[in-house]
Structures are given as C-alpha cells and as structure tokens.
Ligand binder design. Structure first.
Ligand SMILES: NC(=O)c1ccc[n+]([C@@H]2O[C@H](COP(=O)([O-])OP(=O)(O)OC[C@H]3O[C@@H](n4cnc5c(N)ncnc54)[C@H](OP(=O)(O)O)[C@@H]3O)[C@@H](O)[C@H]2O)c1
Length: 254
C-alpha cells in the first residue's frame, strides 16, 4: 500500500492571520509550501510582524487589510490579486467582546454578528468563484466550545459562534456539489496572552480548567493550528460540515 500523498491548498487567505491561532496557521502553511494572505482589520504592526515570522519559514505572505464584517469581498479581492487565485480560506477573526448575554448592547451585537455570521457568509460567497476556478476549495473556521457549553463571560460571543457552526452545516450541504468543503474547530480555553493581559488573576481561573481537562492542560495556539492544517489537507477530503472539538477532552466532563 502506498503512503498518503496529503496535499494542502496552494493559496490560502487566513483572516485573523496576524495574531494568535491565525498567525500560527500562516506559519505552518508557509513552512509547508502554501502561499498565504494574512487578513486583518486594524493592527498593521502585528500584521507586519506575523508576515516576517512566516517569511522566515517559507514564501513571504501578502497582507490583506479590511474589516471582515463590512469588506469581505475586498479582503478576498486583495488575496486573489496577491496570490493569483484562491483555494483555501481560514477564518479565526473574532471581535473580543466578553460578558454576560444580558449585558450585550445593540452596537456590540452588530459587531459580533457582523463578523461571525454576515462576514463568514460574505467571505465564503466572495471566495466561491475563485475556488471553482481552482477546481474546488476548502474552508476552516474556528469557533469555540462556548458555542454549546455555557461559559459565564461568553454569553456575548457563544450564541453567535453557535450560529457560525450552523452556517458550516448549511454551507457544507450547499457547497459540496461545487467541490468546496467547510468545517469548524471548536477549541477549549487557549493558554495565550489574551487572558493574562486582561486580568492579573487570570491564572486563578485558568488553572482549575486545566486540572479538569482529561489531558491536564489548556489548548495552545499550536494545537488549533495543527488541527486546522489537518482539516485543510487532502487526507480529509471526504470530511465536510463537521465541528471538531480541540479541547483535550474537556467537553466530556459534563
Ligand atoms: N483565546 C481563547 O481562549 C479561545 C478559546 C476558544 C476559541 N477561541 C477562538 O479562536 C479564534 C482565534 O483566537 P485568537 O485568540 O487567536 O484571536 P486573536 O489573537 O484575538 O486574533 C484575532 C485576529 O482576528 C483579526 N480580526 C479581528 N476582527 C477582525 C475583523 N472584523 N476583520 C478582519 N480581521 C479581524 C485580528 O486582526 P486586527 O487585530 O488587526 O483586527 C487578529 O488577526 C477566535 O475565533 C476565538 O474566538 C479562542
């Protein structure tokens, strides 16, 4: 029996590629020979730094700047122009708005659903003709366990993440006949600077979660990037419409 000839999409737009999980995804793709566009909305310095870090491992990515909630077609246009086409899309972007559901303002609601619902739909729709021109495409979005497990300060984002997962199932059914597959990854808490930058007592909150996790740690951005690479690969060409937990078993614990 011959070994697997897993292949990755050659040209990938990673919206959220300037930071955290998305930055790791860009680095991994670049190191494996894919060409990337780093999609981001505001932080030029972070985007340049991410670009340099990836360039040290492979072909230098291009930058695609724009708010996914308002300018998804423009983000896709920049990526297609810079890469000469598109056959992969990764979306990790999120507006960081934490709090209880009842605290949500209309303006925050618009920002959250703008990215996680309208932005997702509009980005995939804009990428579709370019995927079809490439003979197909693959999409991975990052959601969260908080889409289906109650988490105190995730009342603002959790319901919209759940809607994004519903879009994954709907779009997978609609896009399958066009040879485009789409899946989601749902991480548990990620051990990154986000939490510790918000609160000096974050460790008090994070450590019990790590202890309760069967694999006895939180996720690292690299764990989510590795799972993203796996879903983008041709070895998983028959997997679509799925939400896969990347959580060290946390969601098993009831
Ligand atoms: N951190 C956790 O504990 C955790 C747990 C579960 C799930 N997740 C999910 O994992 C994903 C990645 O999280 P992360 O911590 O790696 O994120 P992050 O470090 O905060 O990075 C967010 C990225 O998205 C970009 N972005 C934000 N809003 C955008 C918009 N409207 N249009 C275009 N780009 C936009 C940011 O660029 P700019 O800064 O330039 O806007 C940045 O590149 C998110 O979906 C998050 O919800 C995280």
């Amino acid at each position: 029996m011959s070994a697997s000839a897993n292949t990755l999409p050659a040209r990938v737009l990673v919206i959220g590629g300037s930071s955290g999980v998305g930055r790791r995804v860009v680095e991994e793709l670049t190191a494996r020979g894919s060409r990337c566009a780093i999609g981001y909305s505001t932080n030029d310095d972070a985007a340049r730094t991410a670009c340099e870090a990836a360039a040290a491992r492979g072909i230098e990515p291009i930058l695609a700047k724009g708010d996914m909630a308002k300018a998804a077609p423009e983000l896709v246009r920049q990526a297609v122009e810079g890469l000469g086409g598109l056959d992969g899309l990764v979306i990790t972007a999120v507006p960081v708005i934490t709090g209880r559901a009842l605290s949500l303002t209309a303006e925050q609601h618009e920002r959250i659903t703008g990215v996680l619902m309208w932005g997702l739909l509009d980005t995939v729709r804009s990428a579709l003709p370019h995927f079809e021109a490439s003979g197909g495409g693959v999409v991975v979005i990052v959601t969260s366990l908080g889409a289906r497990l109650y988490t105190k300060y995730y009342g603002t984002l959790g319901p919209a993440k759940a809607a994004a997962e519903a879009y994954v199932r709907t779009l997978a059914a609609e896009l399958g006949p066009r040879q485009v597959r789409i899946n989601a990854l749902a991480p548990c808490l990620i051990d990154d600077e986000l939490h510790t930058s918000y609160s000096s007592s974050a460790r008090d909150f994070l450590e019990p979660v790590a202890r309760r996790t069967p694999l006895r740690r939180l996720a690292k951005p690299q764990d989510i990037a590795n799972a993203t690479i796996a879903l983008l690969g041709s070895d998983l060409a028959f997997v679509t419409g799925q939400v896969i937990d990347v959580d060290g078993g946390y969601s098993l614990m009831g």
